[in-house]
Design a protein around this ligand. Sequence first.
Ligand code: SF4
Ligand code: SF4
Length: 459
Amino acid sequence: MSAGTSPGPAAPVHGRARAACAHPGTPLAAELPGLDACVHCGFCLPACPTYLALEDENDSPRGRLVLMRALADGAVALDDAAVGTHLDRCLGCRGCETACPSGVPYGRLLEATRATMAGARPRPLVARAMLAVFARPSVLALAMAVARAWRGTGLPSVLARLPGRIGLAHAMLASTAPVSLRPRGGAASAVAAGPATGGLPTGAAPRREPVALLEGCVMHGLLGHVNRATSRVLAHNGHVIVAAPAQRCCGALHAHAGDREQARALARSNIAAFEACGAALVAVNSAGCGAMMKEYGHLLADDPAWRDRATALAARVRDVSELLAAAGPRGGAPVAVRVAVDHPCHLQHAQRVVREPAAVLTAIPALEATPLPDADQCCGSAGIFNLLEPGVALAVLAPKLAQVEAAGAPLVATGNPGCLLHIGGGLARRGAAVRAVHPVMLLDESYREQYSPSGGGPS
Ligand code: SF4
Ligand code: SF4
């Protein structure tokens, strides 16, 4: 069947009646209409990083959808190890959704399938431990404090050279240290002082909606300088920053891993927290978290007490680049540096926010931003995926790192903590003189340079 004759997501395929699910009442059963929408055209295969890396149809979107169908039909058991392995290897990057002409909601299907299988096939111990930490604020705060202290010793940079999961974890931790926006080891400053262009004086920005910032888990714990820069930049563009102290982890890690009930509990906490703060909008500087919060309505669709509140909150969520692009944003001082730009999957494919990150960088005079050739391809991070499936994660990362180095820029910008850690850690392990930076840090540097000619590092 050609793409042009494909049905919509909820229609039967090839005119046949939709088969009942062998596991009624499960998340997979609820998502069957989406599964029926696949016409097996294969257009998604070239967009799939695990298919490109592993060259196995079972590790492609089409192959995984066939496996989901086999599970739904009862042709294979929910605890089937081989099927579980192929679904475990999926990054959840949703590049296949963008490529699919039939509108197959692959991300929802993956999460529903993992949630359905979770009852019969326990998650690995490492995954359970990590998800438990992220669901408990006091334990998470302690873990992050220990990680920061360990990072402060400088040893993670040394241990990053170890092979496997240990080395990767230390490389990622080392990469979370605040980045100087000057080239590593370079004699020349990448930041040039100069007059402001195209901007308004401090305090003269038009007043915009009050926003509450989702602080996030990794962002708050290890990348606090990015959160502080985000607040400064939004305030400089006219937004009043409102505190939402009762907020929690967004639940994305849990939803992606199939722990749907924990994800729903975290979503309810965040809905209440952001309702109580009174802000008109919720600003998110983590693409994965933003994608999750924008889907709270779907996550709680079968909960009558929370469904409408979840939908209302989801409609108030904005990626920071969306807010800044809508604001203009205000211009800053020149930052004469070349930047390779990568697009986080959960910004481009899940939120369909494509144009805004580049629009933000155009507010910085003298900055030369160039998208990576395959900027729409996943880097292999995918939340905790890189620690659970390090072999696949590093295989997916390799072409991304090669493209970053080939770009010849001292910085690579990406608006998601997972991507910052995975790409930044990978570059450090290769000894590359390229640093990963959140785009908002560049705009913050431009503003700070504008009002303090001596500039300054992140704080
Ligand atoms: S998911 Fe979409 S693109 Fe991929 S095989 Fe199915 S219909 Fe075709
Ligand atoms: S979500 Fe990403 S890794 Fe998974 S099947 Fe789709 S394109 Fe492939």
